[in-house]
Design a protein around this ligand. Structure first.
Ligand SMILES: NC(=O)c1ccc[n+]([C@@H]2O[C@H](COP(=O)([O-])OP(=O)(O)OC[C@H]3O[C@@H](n4cnc5c(N)ncnc54)[C@H](O)[C@@H]3O)[C@@H](O)[C@H]2O)c1
Length: 254
């Protein structure tokens, strides 16, 4: 049987846990060779094992997405080992502190922007360099957030970075449309991952409040984002570029 991304070589950043892990598993199941780049080595190895145990192809690389030289070397290595790079999921991110701007330190602002926005810029730049060399198009998907579409008090750096990812996605989509490189973003709402546990402080009450604010009245499982990403990378979405797709149970439609 032919999968949605059969025989494509796909980079997934932040693939050791959460949304990235579930997406890596889906992409491998759909026929891709998946390269996971993350900082959590043991969790990354665990994701790779889960993929190979299911008959898929995956490898793990320790890379900080905010380090330009490391990302450039990562992509050169992927091209050398696997013959190129077809798609990429720029998903690595951190939540940063929950704090209003007056309590948010400059250091925390800079750290969140460095990973969540500059990290996506660095990855896109290096991915595009390789894709342009190959001259066979490509598909890049980045993880923004519902927080990239509306303001949310208490997360100025995170919201600014995610709004930045949406702007970057639209701009780069226009810059490379002629080369048939499609560039899109997914905007998750509340997704059951280690990050959501940290943000809600594992509090049942806070979770119930969140769930009450979602039209579909539940949080999502990570594979529900992965399914959208696989579609955006596949030949089922060949006319879709420059989109920031909410996958949020209707949250930002309110
Ligand atoms: N969980 C949610 O509700 C939610 C909602 C909207 C957006 N998001 C976004 O989804 C993405 C994935 O988050 P998640 O919920 O799966 O959280 P997570 O913490 O489970 O996963 C994030 C992964 O990124 C990795 N990472 C962090 N900094 C890195 C760096 N500098 N270089 C390489 N890897 C790094 C982490 O090690 C981790 O494995 C993030 O961009 C996050 O902002 C999550």
């Amino acid at each position: 049987m032919t999968g949605m991304v059969q025989d494509k070589v796909i980079l997934v950043t932040g693939g050791s846990t959460g949304i990235g892990r579930a997406t890596a598993q889906i992409l491998a199941r759909e026929g891709a060779t998946v390269v996971i780049a993350d900082l959590q080595d043991a969790e990354g190895a665990h994701t790779v094992e889960s993929i190979t145990a299911a008959g898929g192809r995956a490898e793990y690389q320790h890379v900080d997405v905010s380090d330009y030289d490391a990302v450039r070397a990562l992509i050169a290595g992927i091209a050398a080992r696997h013959g190129g790079l077809d798609c990429a999921f720029n998903n690595a991110g951190i939540e940063g502190p929950t704090a209003k701007i007056m309590e948010l330190s400059v250091a925390d602002w800079q750290r969140v922007i460095a990973i969540n926005l500059t990290g996506v810029y660095i990855c896109m730049k290096c991915e595009l360099e390789q894709m342009l060399k190959q001259q066979r198009g490509g598909a890049i998907v980045s993880t923004a957030s519902a927080a990239g579409l509306i303001g949310i008090p208490g997360a100025a750096a995170y919201n600014s970075a995610k709004h930045g990812v949406v702007g970057l996605t639209k701009t780069v989509a226009l810059e490379y449309a002629r080369q048939n490189i499609r560039v899109n973003a997914v905007c998750p709402g509340f997704i059951e991952t280690p990050m959501l546990d940290r943000v809600t402080d594992a509090s049942v009450k806070i979770r119930e409040q969140l769930i009450g604010s979602v039209p579909l009245r539940r949080v999502a499982q990570p594979h529900e984002i992965g399914d959208a990403v696989a579609w955006l990378m596949s030949d089922k979405s060949t006319y879709v570029t420059g989109v920031a797709l909410p996958v949020d149970g209707g949250w930002v439609a309110q």
